[in-house]
Design a protein around this ligand. Structure first.
Ligand code: GDP
Ligand code: CA
Length: 311
């Protein structure tokens, strides 16, 4: 069974770990999000891809869900002493990744290949593909103007009201042949419980990618990132709300619409089942909170098994 996971950062990485720990590991590919990328201190930082790499490589700080474990901050503290803005928390080990990535980008190495090399370093065997090798950057419109995604997410801590989102560069980005090929031959496409607007929305904004999913014969199943109307972490609920979408599985459905064959929702949201079924979706109701490795493996195994049964 050929499986593709569309994944953002923290929620995406939990789903990726679930698949990597499951019987489906050897036939799974991941497509990650590059639209949170930005430059800091002259270095190219790709937060969602690094969250996938560090999680699958067991180098992640499990408490925070991002960054390296056993991290130190000597370089950042020195930059701060030099009067640089240091709201983006980049640890010493993490900085090595960004230095390496930046250097290879300068040499003209494709972002996809840099990801492969980093994956090798971290012993990650499930392939991580990029939707595009081009630069796409999410911009967030707020009452005080446009912010880069990291300015909104980290510096402003998701406080400003979101009036709109744009994926800068997406219109001229070219999808990677690897991502298109993988989608075309997938039996099941799992959409991770990631932010539907800034993580999955940015992946789908790559020209040709959404069309490739629509054209493929794959069964598409999305795991809701909301439990009882709230996100487990991050601003997806606030973003849905301020963009006029409902903050439940209905709102997630509104984001993906006709792409979906099925949704996975939490036990706490069982009352949303009839509405989703009325839209023609198959629905799996199951615990969706992933804390342990076993939680992750169980949710992703159940999700794929359900898809296999229904398709
Ligand atoms: P980010 O790029 O780090 O913001 O991460 P993602 O976009 O991949 O995921 C963010 C979403 O993951 C949030 O909306 C969370 O609600 C969701 N999420 C995180 N952990 C879990 C979990 O254990 N279960 C479910 N259902 N959703 C989760
Ligand atoms: Ca992200």
């Amino acid at each position: 069974l050929t499986i593709t996971l569309l994944a953002g950062g923290v929620g995406g990485a939990k789903a990726a770990e679930g698949l990597a720990a499951s019987v489906y590991a050897s036939t799974t590919h991941i497509i990650g999000n590059v639209a949170d990328d930005d430059a800091f201190h002259g270095l190219w930082v790709s937060p969602d891809i690094d969250t996938l790499l560090y999680s699958l490589g067991d180098q992640i700080d499990r408490e925070r869900g991002w960054g390296r474990k056993s991290e130190s901050y000597q370089v950042l503290n020195e930059l701060s002493a030099l009067g640089q803005e240091t709201w983006m928390t980049l640890g010493d080990l993490d900085l090595a990744t960004h230095i390496y990535r930046t250097e290879l980008r300068k040499q003209g190495v494709r972002a996809s290949h840099i990801t492969q090399r980093l994956a090798k370093r971290h012993g990650v065997t499930v392939p991580i593909l990029l939707p595009t090798d081009d630069v796409v950057q999410t911009q967030v419109k707020t009452e005080s103007g446009w912010l880069s995604f990291q300015e909104y997410f980290v510096r402003e801590q998701c406080k400003p009201k979101v009036l709109g989102v744009e994926y800068k560069g997406a219109n001229i980005a070219r999808a990677t042949s690897e991502a298109l090929f993988q989608i075309a031959k997938s039996d099941v496409i799992v959409i991770a419980p990631s932010n539907p607007i800034v993580s999955i929305g940015a992946i789908l904004a790559t020209p040709g990618l959404q069309e490739a999913i629509e054209k493929s014969t794959a069964y598409v199943i999305a795991i809701s990132p909301l439990i009882a109307g709230k996100t487990v972490k991050g601003p997806a609920d606030k973003m849905l709300e301020s963009m006029g979408k409902s903050t439940d599985s209905k709102g997630i459905y509104q984001c993906y619409g006709s792409l979906l064959n099925a949704m996975v929702i939490d036990d706490a949201d069982r009352d949303e089942l009839p509405w989703l079924q009325d839209q023609g979706l198959d629905v799996l109701v199951t615990p969706t909170l992933m804390k342990t490795r076993d939680d992750k493996c169980a949710l992703l195994t159940n999700t794929v098994a359900f898809a296999e049964q229904q398709r």
